[in-house]
Design a protein around this ligand. Sequence first.
Ligand code: GLA
Length: 389
Amino acid sequence: MKHNLYGEFKKSYNKEAESAFFSPGRVNLIGEHIDYNGGLVMPCAITFGTYVLAATNNEGIFRFRSLNFEDKLDITLQDSYEKSGETWYNYPLGIIDYFVKEGHQIQGLDLLFYGDIPISSGLSSSASIEVVTAYALNEMFSCSYTKLELVKLSKEVENVFIGVNCGIMDQFAVAFGEKDKALMLNCDTLDYKAVDSNLGDHVLAIINTNKPRKLAESKYNERVQECHEALKALQQELDINNLCDIDSETFKQYQHLITDEIVFKRAKHVIEENDRVKLAAEALASSNLAEFGRLMYASHDSLKTLYEVSGKELDAVVEYSLTDPNVAGARMTGAGFGGCAIALVKESAFDNFSKAVTEYYTGKIGYAPSVYSSLIGDGVGLLKEVVNL
Ligand code: GLA
């Protein structure tokens, strides 16, 4: 379906949009489930994302409409808001809640959202809609938040209003992403570098398992809790604030402090994954894609066996990739429990890869995945041109 977003806005509200904004989704090349452990991650913004068109109104009403969902909401300006059920507009509502509680003088808004990120696919559609809403409010009501403050408040909305104890990677990546760059982000200090994605003759393939993600949020929060327990155990003898403050060698000396077998496995993944990101950064800098790919496979294996957030669908994509000489590496990306895998595929062999992985996956799982060749794009911003999507 093609949408002229400005035309759609006019159809919905019978007036012109005043401003339009875009925030991308993200993939994470490596460094999974370690952002909330103060680790290093390597996400990129992608060209799929969330658009919002907005116009102020003098009625003191927030109106939420989406071209993706039927659910809509009209709600008056209040001192605070509450999450209602599982609907999409909780995300922008949570952002508005944050702005009003901080005492910003905002007025009613008519908002129209459209997203081309596959929903619940682990490509951060939620961070994307949070950040684009925060950016839009900040611009339209001159609230003077810096981009980093918008990232932090969006994460807080996800943690408190939505109730998912996520780390900062997604909101950071969708705000600070740059075209053809990966972000090397230290989630403890929030120092980051945009590095060339250096994929040479390879492209980044995104393979959506199309598996509906059930219970993902509660399982995610469970992992965060297990990491807290591991940290507490290590802190009996180590003066550290995060699991990622130590490397695998140090972990070996202190691992006996963790007596619970499950908690031990979670900590081992986290600490080894952080070491892998350091190696991956070196591999990328020297264009050593074979090494980068090896680290991707190792990351997946650890997420499967130690962290236990993969599943037969994501594993099937990686199993196929391991047999294809035109794939340098593959792994699940994002929270897991379904969602997407990524693969570094020789550009000239992309079509073959797409066909073959679809065949393998469908044979094994019983329905088809969706395969995209992804472009690494820019972070959140004002939309300058009319987009037909
Ligand atoms: C989700 C969270 C992120 C991060 C990833 C796993 O995307 O929102 O903060 O923890 O999972 O790396």
